[in-house]
Design a protein around this ligand. Structure first.
Ligand code: SAM
Length: 257
């Protein structure tokens, strides 16, 4: 397989990152450690080239044409075991353990499954840090803070396990082919593993109607008396909206109700 014969496949979310300054910023932002790197969707290998210079890489690529191309580009790195390529759907591979040692996820993700991948990485005890390019809107949700309009379940789940920040916003011109939307690279440094399922169920109820009050949303599923007690204890106004409550208070609320 020759690089000239490759045509980007829309169904696999293939927008190849060509801007060298963005690639450099991703490498610069990598946490300093010796963990293995998991790269999901190495594509034409533009980011992989930099990653294999600094860490050993476990890559997952669904497109068999790209797998063949990558195997020839990275012959040496594969031979020295600096790079291992798994050809197939990463979500199927993730039915069980993805890799059996601590790792950092570093990738320009396929956008159609990016949120799903990040939530899986947050839940995976082997994953220690997440440095990924996604749609800007999605990055902003993961990095949001209480009070911001886009603060919701994704921001709360992230803040429950670590800290998140946007590294760089990236325009469509950085890619070939160019996507229609803006993108961003962001970093989550994990200090714990993802919160439990019941807590996340409560968040779903809390944000079921984002413009209604938090109390109204929660009263659809939780005991009204306990709710009244919780709001009083935490000094939350009855009119407060879901996005105005901080992560710490959501955990307190969960304990009470
Ligand atoms: N890393 C490359 C770059 O930065 O130029 C490519 C990024 S492109 C946005 C997304 C990549 O993810 C593509 O190579 C695509 O084939 C791959 N991909 C899409 N769905 C996938 C899946 N389910 N499992 C593994 N790889 C996938």
């Amino acid at each position: 397989m020759n690089i000239q014969n490759i045509v980007a496949k829309k169904k696999f979310g293939q927008n190849f990152l060509k801007d060298q300054s963005v690639l450099a910023k991703i490498i610069e932002a990598m946490p300093k450690n010796n963990h293995k790197v998991v790269e999901i969707g190495p594509g034409l290998g533009d980011l992989t080239k930099f990653l294999v210079d600094v860490r050993s890489v476990e890559a997952f690529e669904v497109d068999t044409d790209l797998c063949k191309l990558l195997s020839s580009i990275f012959k040496k790195e594969i031979a020295t075991k600096q790079l291992h390529i798994n050809c197939g759907d990463v979500l199927s591979a993730w039915q069980s353990e993805l890799v059996s040692e601590p790792y950092d996820l570093v990738a320009n993700l396929p956008y159609y499954i990016a949120t799903n991948i990040i939530l899986k990485a947050l839940a995976d005890p082997m994953c220690k840090n997440i440095l990924v390019m996604v749609q800007l809107e999605v990055a902003e949700k993961f990095c949001a803070d209480a009070g911001e309009k886009v603060f919701g379940s994704l921001g709360i789940i992230t803040q429950s396990v670590g800290t998140a920040k946007i590294i760089v916003k990236v325009p469509p011109t950085a890619f070939d082919p160019q996507p229609k939307i803006d993108s961003a690279v962001f970093l989550i440094q994990k200090h714990a593993d993802r919160s439990d399922k019941d807590f996340e169920d409560m968040l779903r109820v809390a944000f079921s109607q984002p413009r209604k009050t938090l109390r109204k949303n929660l009263s659809a599923k939780y005991d009204k008396e306990l709710l009244a007690e919780a709001f009083e204890t935490l000094e939350l106004a009855p009119t407060i909206r879901p996005h105005q409550v901080c992560t710490k208070d959501y955990h307190q609320l969960y304990k009470i109700i």
